[in-house]
Design a protein around this ligand. Sequence first.
Ligand SMILES: [Zn+2]
Length: 420
Amino acid sequence: MWALRQDLTGSLTEAVVEHAHRFEDMRQEIVCETCQRLLTARPLVPRTVETMVGRVRLERPCFYCRVCQAGVYPLDEAPGLTPGRTQLDVQKAAARVVIETAYDEAQALFHDLTGVHLGSERMHTLTHRVAEGLSVLDIAPSREQIEERVAQAAAGTWRRPWVVLGIDGAYAPTRPESARGRRPGQRRQRARRPRWKGEPREVKGFRFYLLDGERIVHLLRWHQIQTEADLGEALKQVQEAGLIPEDRGRLCVVCDGAPWRWEHVEALFPDAKQVLDYYHCSDSLHRMAKAQYGDAQQALHWVEATLTRLYLGKISAVLGGLKRMQGTSEEAQQAIANCGAFLHKHRGRTSYRQLRRGGYTVGSGGIESSNKFICHTRLKRSGAWGYEVNCNQMLALRCATYNGTFDQVFVRHQERLRAA
Ligand SMILES: [Zn+2]
């Protein structure tokens, strides 16, 4: 029965479609939508489609208007068939598997679990067609959905919840465009070593989430191999679409020290609380202390004391101390100057005690984990070097899945298929 299941459910489906849409099946006449002429049915035309419940053969009446030179198959539209042989349910299921694991593995899993055979090349083509041109707004939940999550987190408390925005970059292995086309060794056997050199590229992303006690409630994320300006543009689209209910929560932005991130934040969310990620801050203090004191106990003492001062909001004392500090070497002097400049630039973002008391987060773990979960788990696989465009489409679909908008992406795809 297991082996026969696809044939069985396929023929059951044929019977059900015939019954459920018998009106369309028996239809003899239809009015041309363009010229309003009455058209009579021509001989039945067979069509076979592949679905998750097996291969389904339909014999459907065809109507053709000679004047408008257009044909119509009402029985295709009634059960919601899409153009092409492989129907949307198969494409959707295949995409779900493909965005989690490598193509060969996805193909084997898919076949073993569903009984549907779909080649890995085909899975690749179908999945990337769905993801073509996806923008941040295509994969973002609606304002209503986000508000609902905010309301749930706020239920039972009188305080507005904390909405956190994290921005960060991660590296993904990509393959240059010059690697496209037929290469020696590709047809008969694999070349031992590719002739191109892989390029690690930065995947820049942002994530909005809620802090509900110790728990993170995810709202929206977007990761792409993109420029700083592209990321700013995507953030701007989110802000302009009003997706983040800034009035319902307290917005807080946590980032490392990279200046471009703060430029976008200051331009788009001027009222947000800004926090320099505690661990990046500590990291830069450790680096300075190591240059100044070496690996000595003194270095640790200095870092601990400095972090405590920052924690207590005494940034001016820390900056003054750095200014007075004499470098033990030229390198150390430079490290002290760098560290001073770094802290000076972020002086308003380091009052960790106040922030903690206010319930804000001081760590960028939320976006770091998103980097790992969205990019690394799928793109950083041994031997995997994807083209940039493919990486971005994969990232967009992964973002959609974990934003809870995977269905929405397929509604868009179906509309596009129909329009085409
Ligand atoms: Zn017509």
